[in-house]
Design a protein around this ligand. Structure first.
Ligand code: CP
Length: 309
């Protein structure tokens, strides 16, 4: 397989295992490129990419922009704050105006689930979903699985627990799809109020006891509590949440085996993990960030290469 089966990257749900493997093998090459003294290749010269961020981002926004620049694309950045959205302009009008400027690809983060799909139905450019509400964050899941593959040799057969606010997490859903397609076993762990009832229908295990979850897994992916998406109180206090679902170094050291700690960021140090866990030898959090650039280069390169639309 040399090209992706999809025109856009809207979600992991739309990808096949072969698509993911193609993205990984392409990212292997780009990872080598970004570790060279000269980190740039001309692959996307004359391609113009718009990064449309209607919601805050640090890692994803910087990572996409860096990936685009490493591929020699022309890049324009748009943030909702300070734009004419504040004057009542709709999403489709904002985007149509940007596209009148001849944009080839759009990377978009938006607070509404389905925003990237909506865009793909209305404009001709290739769309990459950089996170749509609590729905999907496909490049995050790809870089997470790529980082597990790098650390453990393969994803197939590995046991991965996703801990925390599953209910409001696009990272959780995309990770579940991606890890299962690659043959991993997936568990979610958290308080009952933060685990949606439908989740077991996706074929994941559900565990409410953190110690049991950590004893089961090879990899723990720790999620942030997304207070900004929580319309009611899902647990009594952050302090109580941390007592039941926060991972400390003492807890890690008391396990009978070594596990890998991941986090998509941003981390709330002292809530879902303590600082000494974030900075421990078990943590691959900064490897995830480095791999994000290579994965995004691979996705951009492969989608740009599709000429059959
Ligand atoms: N992991 C992630 O999406 O981080 P940002 O919100 O900073 O982009």
């Amino acid at each position: 397989m040399t090209k992706l089966s999809t025109k856009h990257l809207l979600g992991i749900k739309d990808l096949g295992k072969e698509d993911i493997q193609l993205i990984f093998s392409t990212a292997d090459n780009f990872k080598e490129v970004i570790n060279r003294p000269i980190k740039k290749v001309p692959s996307l010269r004359d391609t113009t990419i718009a990064n449309l961020f209607f919601e805050n981002s640090t890692r994803t926004k910087i990572s996409f922009e860096l990936a685009e620049k490493r591929l020699s694309a022309d890049v324009v950045n748009f943030s909702a704050s300070g734009s004419s959205l504040k004057k009542g302009e709709t999403l489709i009008d904002t985007v149509n105006n940007i596209l009148a400027m001849k944009i080839d690809m759009v990377v978009m983060r938006h607070p509404s689930p389905g925003a990237a799909l909506f865009l793909s139905r209305h404009i001709n450019s290739k769309i990459i979903n950089a996170g749509d509400g609590a729905h999907e964050h496909p490049t995050q899941a790809l870089l997470d699985a790529f980082s597990i593959r790098e650390k453990l040799g393969e994803v197939k057969g590995k046991k991965v627990v996703i801990v925390g606010d599953i209910m409001h997490s696009r990272v959780a859903l995309s990770n579940i799809f991606c890890l299962q397609k690659l043959g991993a076993e997936v568990m979610v762990c958290g308080p009952t109020t933060l685990i949606p009832k439908y989740i077991s229908s996706l074929g994941v295990k559900v565990e409410h006891n953190l110690r049991r979850a950590l004893e089961w897994c090879d990899v723990a992916n720790m999620l942030r509590i997304q207070l900004e998406r929580q319309d009611i109180n899902y647990f009594p206090s952050l302090r109580e949440y941390t007592m039941l679902y926060g991972v400390s170094k003492k807890m890690l050291d008391s396990l009978k085996k070594e596990i890998i700690i991941m986090h998509p960021g941003p981390i709330n140090r002292g809530v879902e993990i303590t600082s000494d866990v974030a900075d421990s030898k078990e943590s691959i959090i900064l490897n995830q960030v480095e791999n994000g650039v290579a994965i995004r280069m691979a996705v951009l390169f492969l989608l740009a290469g599709r000429t059959d639309q």
